[in-house]
Design a protein around this ligand. Structure first.
Ligand code: SF4
Length: 305
């Protein structure tokens, strides 16, 4: 049996549920202030017209129907599920509407919680109150995009928010049962090892409970695709990503759950790098890097929360 040198999501789920836990992605029909003109119309450099949605989502159905279809067609055995409100900004609505949407996906006892993908500048105390009501009896994660703690890079990729916005959003969740999972990208234009270290240290200094790590990949229909074609941005080599992801894990607090270790893109949409399809070998590579260096998640982290 392979021993993981980081705190994986599977390990976390095993600690809270006797069943296997999976995720069901749903599309609640949101847009994003960084796309509808409120902040900008361009969106983030790497965002496509689907707002980074899973390919299997049946967007034309209400969310509770999407969950039912998934349970009927794709669920296995007696598995339990977290419903993931995935594409675009899933808190970008009036609080009362959000309340009904979030509650609607609890179609039976196999749904043990929700995960809400959003931006740090799209939550407020009223919305946190609604989410906390659900978190009192269910597993609830707020997946907040940070991508990097470097404000210069955040401007370059047109995120439309700052690292300070992320910190302020974290304050709003203080004292609640809501767990924040930060999204981070390694390989953003202009960034290098020092930026990855600073982002890891920034997150470790906050009460973040999870991290989703992605490599920068180029998908069709994005601004990064245009820049890549013109040779203005590059993607990382597989071995370099394995090393930098391993170094990132060394700096991250050991109690932070690692939800992902690389990005995922369908074959039809993927332009580069082609090793994006080698999920298992990259994850094994990162674990192998830690082993070879006699290291583990949090080895070089001094933050304690
Ligand atoms: S915040 Fe998310 S949905 Fe909005 S433009 Fe950026 S990646 Fe797309």
């Amino acid at each position: 049996m392979k021993i993981k040198r980081y705190y994986s999501l599977n390990m976390y789920f095993k600690g809270i549920c006797s069943h296997r836990v999976g995720k069901i992605c749903v599309d609640a029909g949101f847009t994003c202030p960084n796309r509808d003109g409120t902040i900008s119309e361009r969106g983030c450099l790497f965002c496509d017209e689907k707002g980074s949605a899973a390919d299997y989502i049946k967007r034309n159905l209400p969310v509770h129907e999407q969950v039912k279809v998934y349970l009927k067609e794709k669920s296995r055995g007696d598995d339990r599920y977290i419903v993931y409100f995935q594409p675009f900004t899933n808190t970008y609505e009036k609080a009362a509407i959000l309340k009904d949407l979030y509650k609607a996906v609890f179609v039976n006892d196999r749904i043990i919680g929700i995960s809400i993908g959003t931006r740090p500048d799209c939550i407020d105390p009223e919305k946190i109150g609604i989410i906390e009501d659900i978190a009192e009896n269910h597993e609830v994660w707020l997946e907040m995009g940070l991508q990097t703690s470097n404000n210069k890079t955040l401007r370059t990729i047109n995120r439309g928010h700052t690292a300070e916005d992320f910190k302020n959003a974290m304050e709003l969740t203080k004292g609640t049962n809501i767990k924040v999972c930060a999204h981070v990208i390694i390989g953003l234009p202009g960034e290098g090892p020092e930026d990855y270290r600073q982002t890891a240290d920034f997150l470790s200094s906050l009460p973040v409970r999870g991290v989703k790590l992605h490599h920068l990949y180029i998908a069709k229909g994005t601004q990064t695709a245009e820049l890549y074609k013109k040779g203005e941005i590059k993607t990382m080599e597989k071995e370099e990503y394995i090393k930098q992801a391993g170094e990132f894990l060394k700096r991250i607090r050991p109690d932070i759950v690692i939800h992902r270790l690389m990005g995922d893109c369908s074959e039809e949409r993927l332009i580069a790098p082609l090793w994006t399809r080698e999920n298992n070998s990259v994850m094994d590579g990162i674990n192998g890097f830690l082993k070879k260096n006699n290291s583990w998640q949090g080895r070089d982290c001094s933050s304690k929360i």
